[in-house]
Ligand binder design. Structure first.
Ligand SMILES: NC(=O)c1ccc[n+]([C@@H]2O[C@H](COP(=O)([O-])OP(=O)(O)OC[C@H]3O[C@@H](n4cnc5c(N)ncnc54)[C@H](O)[C@@H]3O)[C@@H](O)[C@H]2O)c1
Length: 358
């Protein structure tokens, strides 16, 4: 199958390294709002055609569009790809709003094309191994989960980090897809949510790249705590933070007979340990670390050829999106009002302490 990439930024490099090495696919075109970025990637990876978004969409030699634009463009680019009769793989989040996602999925069904969506880390050797061990019964019946993602934030390393601190970004919409998708794979659909959020700084600074030193506004909470209840009985607690000096990615699944410290579903591999009550952690598997970003596209291509459902589907991403938006609504951050309620609400009315501190 012939692939056209739209969005030639940071993550396109990893995708192209992998997509140009899979025997089943050929990357025939790449486009970007900034055609010079597309040109640079085309030269790096030997892609025949490059230029604007139209260069990809109007191209008869593109069967599937890999949409690696920023979240604010995900819906428009994906719907345009579907309108051009192409299958589409989106980076996460699927779209920014639920009605955009619904429209995308409906339009794809009507056009007879497929929608797939990141993350595909859950198809990596790490999470697949976690599933294999849990399905084998090694921790008994999985009952609860704890997921932690704490970091100082992507403003430390990303050359254009503003979109990661605006609507469609923040640790919730940017990071939770990895963890929620992984949890849904183990526990089934999420039916109840609640959350709390805060923000440490209203403005941040770009540290790396040509824009280093530039300040930008933070318009979403940068620390979110979420509680999830699953339809089939499990419960989970999650923290997603860009406000911590600590870097910690951790997932624990507790079952009726033990607790598993899993590999990180934000990556493709890692160590898996199990501890039983009163015992010590025991390493039960070490999964290959190699980034296989693009596996979801490959699975989609092979599933289309076989007439089967692909695994990192638009429907799964829709469920994860509705979960995240429900949490965000619970935090009281939706809507264009300024300042948003989460910024000015007193945390403790009697003492007058306000959070976050100015
Ligand atoms: N950077 C990472 O480590 C990483 C990891 C996993 C997933 N992602 C996801 O990948 C996506 C892209 O992230 P990135 O880090 O590569 O961002 P980036 O800012 O480096 O690149 C985005 C590219 O999209 C282009 N673009 C923006 N709007 C467009 C439009 N309307 N039409 C065409 N092109 C447009 C920009 O010009 C830019 O070249 C995001 O959804 C992000 O969540 C990023």
């Amino acid at each position: 199958m012939r692939i056209g990439v739209i969005g030639a930024g940071v993550i396109s490099k990893t995708y192209l390294e992998n997509l140009t090495s899979f025997p089943d696919v050929t990357v025939t075109a790449i486009g970007d709002l900034r055609p010079e970025s597309a040109k640079a990637r085309a030269e790096e990876f030997g892609i025949a055609t490059h230029g604007s978004v139209e260069v990809v969409l109007a191209n008869d030699e593109v069967d599937l569009v890999v949409n690696l634009t920023i979240p604010a463009a995900h819906a428009d680019v994906a719907r345009a790809a579907v309108a051009a009769g192409k299958h589409v793989w989106n980076e996460k989040p699927l779209t920014m709003e639920l009605d955009q996602a619904r429209a995308l999925l409906d339009e794809a069904t009507a056009a007879g094309v497929r929608v797939g969506c990141a993350p595909d880390t859950v198809l990596g050797s790490g999470w697949q191994e976690v599933r294999r061990i849990i399905e084998r019964g090694d921790i008994g019946q999985p009952l609860t989960a704890l997921t932690l993602f704490q970091s100082p934030g992507p403003d430390l390393w990303h050359p254009n980090p503003d979109f990661l601190f605006a609507a469609g970004g923040g640790p919730l919409l940017d990071i939770a897809p990895y963890y929620f998708t992984a949890l849904v794979q183990l526990f089934g659909p999420i039916t109840t949510v609640s959350g709390v959020g805060s923000t440490a700084r209203e403005r941040r600074q770009i540290i790396k790249g040509p824009r280093a030193g530039e300040m930008f506004d933070v318009t979403v909470p940068t620390h979110v705590g979420a509680l999830l209840g699953f339809r089939d009985g499990g419960v989970a607690q999650s923290v997603f933070s860009f406000d911590s000096a600590v870097k910690r990615n951790q997932v624990e699944i507790s079952g009726s007979e033990g607790t598993m410290l899993t590999s990180d579903p934000n990556t493709f591999g890692g160590e898996i340990k199990i501890i039983r009550p009163g015992g010590e952690y025991e390493t039960v598997a070490t999964a290959v670390e190699k980034s296989t970003r693009g596996t979801g596209v490959l699975d989609m291509v092979r599933s289309i050829a076989a007439g089967e459902d692909h695994r990192a589907s638009g429907a799964l991403a829709y469920h994860v999106l509705e979960t995240m938006l429900a949490i965000e609504k619970n935090l009281g951050v939706r809507g264009p009002e300024s300042p948003p309620p989460w910024r000015s609400r007193p945390c403790c009315p009697r003492t007058g302490i306000r959070w976050p501190p100015r």
